[in-house]
Write a new protein. Sequence first.
Length: 261
Amino acid sequence: MNYEICTQTDTGLARDNNEDAVAFDPVTRLCILADGMGGYNAGEIASGMAVAFIKSEMGRWLSQAGRHANAKEVRRAMEICVENANHSIFNAANSNPQYTGMGTTLVVGVFQEDRLMLGHIGDSRCYRLRGNEFQQITKDHSLLQEQIDAGLITPEQALTSMNKNLVTRALGVEDTVMVEVNEHRAEDGDLYLMCSDGLSDMVNNAVIADIVKGDASLEQKAKQLVAAANAAGGRDNISVLLAQARQATVKRGLLSRMLGK
């Protein structure tokens, strides 16, 4: 399976700085998106540290382990890298008064052939478009999601709730954190969207789905998603990562073509 990957990030219309960070490694197919939180520029520090640390450490492990590392090994490596990133951010926050309380959400994915190992913390999300079906494949670690799960509010009521930004799990806030890791089977034609809540809070799923289902290029779709969030008010930083799965085609040799094989 081949994967085309692109990213787009924007400060939005209401913020002075961008506390989101997003990156990918085309060789190891490692994808990372983080949305920082904290006073001054602390959120920017936290998200930047998370992305840089995981890209370096996880990327190095994937390069050494090769693309054929099994699912259990990839899962464990991801858990260890996220744990180490958490310690790094937590220690920085406790060593520098201006960074006290900083933290970040996280979505991290590793694409291997027809498998996606996906980890997340907080309310940054990953969606998947398969055929005509568009669905969220991560579950927010947030007060709002807990209220929905408990039957206290409906998903429709959640759209207008005042508790949208209260996460129950974040990287770097405490000395330990649990990353939720799930394995997904990737199919030819799948389109994966990772995003910060600067997109998902401003643009409803139906509009996001219409954009990713369009005929535009991957890069154009990423720009259209950011533009839609800004058109809706752009009250937060907006980051998206798109990954398109395509079945690899094997080129036939000259002799095979001559023989009709």
